[in-house]
Design a protein around this ligand. Structure first.
Ligand code: SF4
Length: 393
């Protein structure tokens, strides 16, 4: 049951893992049992097998994601659901080249792609993978030539193993979560023995896929360890609810100021009234001040990308256009709209009532009209609309 539920969530993730620039929250809330690969995911049909025979994918050579369960994945778990191990009670070295990690990488070189879900992976579905003979990246060419499947470091790290958050939005969780006791100690150990070592030579670090960076002692510990000397190539990608990201908080981490590539703030509302319904535990007034501060960082070029996001649902869909206008005023690069996903936090009836994008929802027609108004407004210029809700031209 747990596995089925995790895989249902993966379906949502698969939609979310669109182009890399989208920088969607990589919410890997997999149950540990889902580490056993679903037979369906690996049963590749003949046309896909034929297509993949001479192809290559670099993902498992460059990606490293620690999901909420502490399971480690080498691609989006929605597309390659086989974990290569658990970050619990182990270290970076053992995980990076575990038996499964090596096996997965070798399957990219021998053209079998055994662990990939061909139905869910967009690169396979849209036939976007290069032939092995056409790969130009020298590091990947060396991997193809050696066929060992062994790597020294990932390029892109995503961390979601600390679910601590100052908010408890109904669309995400039923109660406030804050790691404590042995769970906290283990997460701290994972940070020191897995997260920090694998990130040292990485190019990007995304945190946090299932919690808030600035409410988490674990994430703050990680940030305190990061500086341009010890992490020379690293750029940071933050996903936050923004309530705790004050100017004062920012000033506590001076070493990372030149290292932040992007900040994405999940907001979901344009008024306090709606915000208080959908973002439980938040503080709209404080958030508005913090957004002005972040907009200043973007204007001054301190950060390279600034985005705000909305999970569209019954309580806020009439604010979609206004939300985009707010993003324009703030100087955002992207405004992200996402469908309400079913994470089992609502009773089925309640979810159906809130999910206005569903065909049977009585507000579907109104929602579509709001969506059209949003797309029309965005056609005149301003931040790019992104996310899984709206496909723009
Ligand atoms: S082929 Fe698709 S599922 Fe497989 S590693 Fe590449 S991106 Fe991931």
């Amino acid at each position: 049951m747990m596995v089925r539920s995790a895989l249902r969530r993966l379906e949502v993730l698969a939609r979310l893992y669109a182009p890399a620039w989208l920088l969607v929250p990589l919410i890997a809330r997999l149950d540990g049992n889902a580490r056993r690969v679903d037979a369906k995911a690996t049963a590749m049909r003949r046309p896909e097998r034929n297509y993949l025979r001479d192809k290559f994918c670099e993902k498992p050579f460059v990606d490293f994601e620690v999901a909420n369960s502490a399971d480690v994945f080498l691609c989006c778990p929605g597309h390659l659901p086989q974990a290569v191990g658990s970050a619990k009670r182990t270290n970076a070295e053992q995980l990076l080249n575990s038996e499964l990690a090596v096996e997965i990488r070798r399957s990219m070189i021998d053209g079998t792609f055994t662990y990939c879900d061909a139905e869910r992976c967009p690169a396979i579905r849209e036939k976007r993978l290069p032939k092995r003979s056409q790969v130009t990246d020298p590091e990947m060419r060396a991997h193809i030539a050696s066929a060992t499947g062994i790597v020294t470091a990932p390029r892109h790290v995503r961390l979601s193993y600390d679910s601590t958050c100052n908010l408890y939005c109904p669309s995400c969780r039923k109660e406030k979560i804050s790691l404590k006791g042995t769970a906290f100690d283990e997460a701290m150990r994972i940070t020191d023995e897995v997260a920090i070592p694998v990130t040292r030579n990485a190019r990007t670090l995304m945190m946090n896929g299932y919690g808030d960076v600035f409410s988490s002692r674990i994430c703050r510990h990680m940030l305190s360890a990061i500086n341009p000397t010890s992490f020379p190539n690293l750029k940071l990608i933050f996903i936050t609810n923004g309530v705790l990201l004050t100017e004062q908080e920012w000033s506590k981490f001076p070493d990372i100021h030149g290292m932040v590539q992007s900040i994405r703030v999940s907001i979901d509302a344009t008024t306090k009234e709606v915000y208080d319904k959908v973002r439980l535990g938040g503080d709209f007034q404080k958030l508005c001040c913090n957004l002005e501060f972040m907009a200043g960082l973007r204007r001054d070029g301190v950060i390279k990308e600034f985005m705000i996001s909305m999970v569209v649902q019954r309580d806020n869909f009439r604010q979609m256009r206004e939300f985009w206008e707010w993003g324009k005023l703030l100087g955002c690069d992207f405004v992200i709209f996402e469908r309400l996903a079913d994470w089992n936090t609502f009773e089925p009836k309640e979810f159906a009532a809130r999910a206005v994008h569903l065909p049977q929802n009585p507000m579907k027609a109104d929602y579509e009209a709001e969506l059209s108004a949003l797309v029309a407004a965005a056609a005149s210029g301003g931040p790019t609309i992104s996310g899984d809700l709206v496909k723009v031209g």
